[in-house]
Design a protein around this ligand. Structure first.
Ligand SMILES: [Zn+2]
Length: 427
């Protein structure tokens, strides 16, 4: 595909937080030229002979979407998802770069397990990175283990720290482990619920999904967050996953003001659902839980104010049989629906459009990915084109092995038209 040429014409290019009408030329796997209409010299004609033309009239042309938070469940739980179905779901959702979480079986906690996972992932068309899971065992040498893995050309992007039990066996109990990890130069991504606090509420009976926010209350997020701060310095790279509550968001605000560097991630379900708009179904059971309306409204307000740095789908598929069982696991699929949820919120006036595209492409900068992230000559051609065309999320069109979506029936005015990865038109 090296000598293939693609021209994307008549679209609005999302560049520097603005939408500018222009033409994008792709040669091989790189962006060759970006021509912005308003800067164009009168009568300047570009010959498009030999190009495959994509007409992007009524479309927004964005750099490819980046998802920092996916669970492709492989190895170990291939019946829930694998790299074929998961990548298909990602591309369908407009993502060109995904980063996979370590709570697989074996868990990704050392070189061997990451080599196993990387061998599974490496032939997929999508760009990807991996995380290593912190344990009380590997924490003493976590910096060295990390650099050894990088030397093997595995694209390790951060350390995932589970402070509360979620899916899988990864859990950090010793505070010293957190300290060791935060002393490295790498990004630490926290599942920010405190296990000891969760234990205090574990006897509350799960009768309906509405009980879940009491079983895993927001106070557990606050306790976990203070543990992180206690063991960090102002140079630590702290990344808080899926912020679900007003309380936690306010606390993060406070510590940012004191000079702590904290990357704040929001997941679409915490920006869309609350106890008032979900059905009584365990399809909506997720860690941390769907919270109250006051939390939802506050998170949306923060979304527009620029508080959040990134959107993470937290794509966490389980089979529908598991989700409907007596003891349903937590988590929901999200790769195929994240863009549509945000587009729906945009057309309802809940969030701003440029913020939406910004947060779907901000991962490149946060994780220091070279030559990607911006529509710019010389960068890799990872492009997501969305068109003004209605779309409805339907359970029967889900390609993830989860085979359901909690957003079934949700409508959006925009839909994913094309996805280009490394110069190749994939969708
Ligand atoms: Zn997750």
């Amino acid at each position: 595909m090296d000598n293939s040429k693609i021209a994307i014409i008549n679209g609005k290019l999302f560049i520097s937080n603005k939408f500018k009408k222009g033409t994008l030329l792709i040669h091989g796997e790189k962006i060759h030229k970006v021509i912005i209409e308003e800067n164009k010299i009168l009568n300047e004609n570009i010959s498009l002979d030999g190009y495959k033309i994509i007409d992007a009239t009524n479309c927004i042309v964005s750099f490819g979407f980046f998802d920092p938070h996916v669970h492709l469940r492989t190895p170990g739980f291939e019946y829930k998802e694998d790299w074929v179905s998961g990548v298909k779901a990602a591309i369908k959702g407009g993502f060109t770069y995904i980063v996979d979480m370590p709570n697989t079986n074996p868990p990704s906690i050392n070189l061997e397990s990451l080599e196993i996972k990387n061998n599974i992932a490496k032939n997929s068309k999508i760009n990807y990175g991996l995380y290593i899971g912190l344990t009380d065992d590997n924490s003493k040498n976590i910096g060295k283990i990390f650099s050894d893995i990088l030397e093997k050309n595995i694209n390790l992007l951060g350390i995932k720290v589970f402070l509360g039990s979620s899916t899988g066996s990864l859990l950090v109990k010793n505070e010293k482990s957190i300290k060791h990890s935060l002393e490295t130069k790498y990004i630490n991504l926290f599942h920010c619920e405190d296990e000891n606090t969760l234990q205090k509420y574990k006897d509350i009976e799960y009768k309906t999904v509405y009980d879940y926010t009491d079983i895993r209350p927001d106070i557990s997020e606050i306790v976990a967050f203070h543990k992180i701060i206690k063991n960090s310095s102002k140079n630590s790279k702290i990344y808080i996953c899926h912020i679900s509550s007003k309380k936690l968001a306010k606390e993060i605000k406070k510590y940012r003001k004191k000079g702590y560097k904290i990357v704040a991630e929001i997941s679409p379900h915490h920006l869309y659902f609350c106890d008032e708009n979900i059905r009584n179904s365990s399809l909506f059971k997720v860690n941390p839980p769907i919270r109250k309306q006051k939390d939802l409204f506050y998170l949306r307000k923060l979304f527009n104010s620029g508080f959040f740095d990134i959107v993470g789908s937290d794509h966490a598929p389980h089979t529908i049989e598991e989700k409907k069982s007596k003891n349903p696991p937590s988590g929901m699929p999200g790769l195929e629906t994240t863009f549509y949820v945000l587009a729906n919120l945009y057309q309802n006036g809940s969030i701003k459009k440029n913020r939406l595209f910004k947060l779907l492409t901000s991962g490149y900068k946060i994780f220091s990915i070279k030559d990607r992230g911006k529509i710019k000559a010389g960068n890799f051609a990872d492009i997501t084109i969305v068109q003004k065309k209605p779309y409805t999320i339907k359970n029967n069109s889900i390609v993830s092995k989860a085979n359901f979506s909690p957003y079934s029936g949700l409508k959006a005015n925009y839909s994913i038209k094309s996805v280009i990865i490394n110069g190749e038109l994939i969708l």
